[in-house]
Design a protein around this ligand. Structure first.
Ligand SMILES: *Cc1c(COP(=O)(O)O)cnc(C)c1O
Length: 388
């Protein structure tokens, strides 16, 4: 190879809640020979089959479209494509990503109404129903499946059908949950389901995909005003296969990688179950050691979030993990900055070996920083994994 680059220059084990470790098959797929994706008909078939595979894996009859941009693009594209000036939008908020949707709604001229509830527990369908009885004149609602900074998993399977009962379209950010948590898009009544390449799917960052219902397509087609974006315009993709035309040139190598990542997930019958077992063992180890999980209930199987012990700081923990163990963990941002540490056990990160090494390093790090632990994180993790 004649290149001036070094692969993974830090030599880190990436144990963050996205991006995650990328399997060799995915990396190799990205090196396959390229064609001109605008002009080669065979690429349209490849793109379509890849989209259909995503729909199938999300248990949906709806069309999936892969967009060239990181996960955020999917969220923005959903809002850009659905929102007309003055539209009322319900923003369900019990976390940082939840609240963040309000910005996208406003940016495209919509009027967001925040439904803000307790951020330590999942959104409760019963209480939402009480609210909806009085307030339901919304074009669509936004929900976050796993709000990654706190690790909160919301019950989209009951929240979305409830919203639909009031004729409200549902936009779900499942970027950090899908492929780590069961998602059945049609059964859950999701109109626009947003995913990303770099979380539980464990492809590199760079792609987002949206699975769009017939009703959501109609809403986009029946707009009175044009969509106020080119790059975030989902409607521009409709009929791409018949027209043999994409709104912009597709990132072919990224999509090769994505396809290989989907193959990895589909070919591993234990994939979801492993997420459950590893996550449960991780949470139990945190508790046995006397540390505190950040939320009270609604734990996602993709990420575990614990409070920074009072004896130390998030920066000190992350720095020691990096420098002495070559392991990347994540802190958080916004309101949670400095308050929590996040272990991302989704996708390729979700395996016993890497997790045991991470727990061992974390245990050493915390002890060296003067945090008294009631039990060994690594031993408790392994013990709980055996019992799971
Ligand atoms: C990761 C993530 C996204 C994508 O955004 P980033 O730029 O990678 O932070 C969107 N939503 C959620 C819930 C995520 O976890």
């Amino acid at each position: 190879m004649n290149t001036t680059m070094t692969a993974n220059p830090g030599g880190y084990k990436v144990m963050t809640p996205g991006p995650t470790q990328v399997a060799q098959s995915v990396r190799l797929a990205r090196s396959l020979e390229c064609t001109n994706p605008d002009l080669d008909e065979a690429f349209y078939d490849f793109y379509k089959e890849t989209c259909e595979k995503i729909s199938r894996m999300l248990h949906s009859q709806n069309e999936t479209l892969i967009l060239d941009g990181e996960g955020i693009l999917g969220l923005e594209a959903a809002c850009a494509s659905l929102t007309e000036p003055g539209d009322a939008v319900l923003v369900l908020d019990n976390g940082i990503f939840g609240k963040g949707f309000a910005d996208f709604v406003s940016m495209y001229g919509g009027v967001p109404t925040l439904y803000t509830v307790d951020d330590k527990n999942p959104i409760d369908a019963g209480r939402l129903e009480e609210y909806l009885k009085e307030h339901h004149a919304f074009k669509y609602a936004t929900l976050v499946h796993c709000d990654t900074p706190s690790g909160m998993l919301n019950p989209i399977e009951s929240l979305c059908p409830l919203l639909k009962k009031y004729n409200i379209l549902t936009v779900v950010d499942s970027v950090s949950a899908m492929f780590g948590e069961a998602v059945r898009a049609d059964e859950f009544a999701i109109d626009v389901l947003c995913g990303g390449s770099q979380k539980a799917l464990s492809a590199p960052p760079g792609l987002t995909f949206v699975t769009v219902s017939r009703e959501a397509k109609e809403a986009m087609n029946q707009r009175k005003t044009p969509i106020a974006s080119f790059y975030a315009n989902i409607r521009a993709f409709f009929g791409y296969y018949e027209k043999k035309w994409f709104p912009y040139t597709m990132p072919i190598s990224d999509i090769y990688g994505l396809r290989a990542a989907l193959d990895e997930v589909e070919g591993d019958a234990d994939w979801l179950h492993r997420h459950q077992r590893i996550a449960a063992a991780c949470r139990q180890a945190i508790l046995s050691a006397g540390l505190f999980l950040h939320i009270q209930s609604g734990f996602s199987n993709t990420v575990t979030v614990f409070d920074v012990p009072k004896e130390t700081t998030a920066a000190a923990i992350l720095q020691k993990m990096r420098a002495e163990h070559r392991i990347l963990l994540a802190g958080a941002f916004d309101a949670l900055e400095g308050q929590v540490i996040r272990i991302g056990h989704m996708g390729s990160n979700c395996n016993e070996e890497d997790m045991t090494a991470t727990m061992r390093a974390l245990e050493q790090t915390l002890r060296q920083l003067g945090v008294p632990l009631k039990a060994s994180l690594a031993a408790e993790f392994e013990r709980n994994l055996e019992n799971a």
